[in-house]
Design a binder for this molecule. Sequence first.
Ligand SMILES: *[C@@H]1O[C@H](CO)[C@@H](O)[C@H](O)[C@H]1NC(C)=O
Ligand SMILES: CC(=O)N[C@H]1CO[C@H](CO)[C@@H](O)[C@@H]1O
Ligand SMILES: [Ca+2]
Ligand SMILES: [Ca+2]
Length: 350
Amino acid sequence: MLAWGGHQLLPGPSSAGSCTGNRLKASREVEPVDLPNCHLVRGVESGSEDIDILPSGLAFLSVGLKVPGIQCFAPEKPGGILLLDLNQDKPRALELRVSRGFDLTSFNPHGISTFIDEDGAVYLFVANHPEFKSTVEIFRFEEEDNSLLHLKTVRHELLPSVNDVVAVGPEHFYATNSHYFSDLFLKYLEVYLNLRWTNVIYYSPEGVRVVADGFDSANGITMSPDEKYVYVADSFAHEIHVMEKHANRSLTQVKVLHLDTVVDNLSIDPSTGDLWVGCHPNCLKLIIYDASNPPASEVLRIQNVLSEAPAVTTVYANNGSVLQGSTVASVYGGQLLIGTLFHRALQCQL
Ligand SMILES: *[C@@H]1O[C@H](CO)[C@@H](O)[C@H](O)[C@H]1NC(C)=O
Ligand SMILES: CC(=O)N[C@H]1CO[C@H](CO)[C@@H](O)[C@@H]1O
Ligand SMILES: [Ca+2]
Ligand SMILES: [Ca+2]
């Protein structure tokens, strides 16, 4: 059922194929790879940037992200968090209510992550871009009434451009900054000049610090099921960095995987430790949007990440006729859920 795609772990740093600057030329068309049993998720029309699935099969989807210069099918509608129960047959995504006092009109959610504490409370961490600024919002999930109780807004000068978060405690997280500057023009300049200035931050109420830096564009971040390793996607460098996590929460690099696609959000299969990656094989089409020639979607599975020879499989690829601009793929009990930057979400049986 799984086809092998053309992905190689490239021997050296790859400079080809990116959205911006002089690296945009190597955009690639995808060979279709189909899964036999897929359907579009009801209730997701305008993006589902990031997905996080609880052990119970409840999936959170961050929807409606707006990025200057990127296509948006619902520009007047604020973003939100949807809940999808993967235990149901063809579930419909429901929007979670958010507690009063939180400014929903400027809610612009990006990467998300969940944390479950010892007494079973579920916390949802959301990278947010109100008015295109950058914060991390911490909510508690109230399952009885499908709502999110807002607990805290984190703003910090070391968090100028948060892309994704991975929660490691009720108020503790790692976050990627995908740009060093928060000013839009400087962001373009930074990517164009290929400054390797983006980083990973560790945040706790006791202190905030840089734990890894030197990325082209640090993007998705996730953690191994045993919590010993943190994986960071460097989108424009086409790399995934495997970092060892130490008791004091510092990170050291173990190795770097080179792929020939723009890697976006990462997720882990908790049962196998496999890494699932949403990718943009031709991400220039995300920026110069043309409905008749839309951006493709591509999902990779990386097995044996820590071994000498990780196995990279293209599990799903589509030219945009079904699903445009995949950003994330997440698995639960034999089901695959694929999210997109501004399009729909696809649920497949593996
Ligand atoms: C995408 O692929 C489908 C068949 O899989 C084909 O009908 C369609 O023309 C292709 N679209 C583009 C834009 O290449
Ligand atoms: C959570 C996360 O990292 N989301 C990323 C998913 O993909 C989009 C599209 O590139 C990125 O903008 C997000 O940063
Ligand atoms: Ca995430
Ligand atoms: Ca990302």
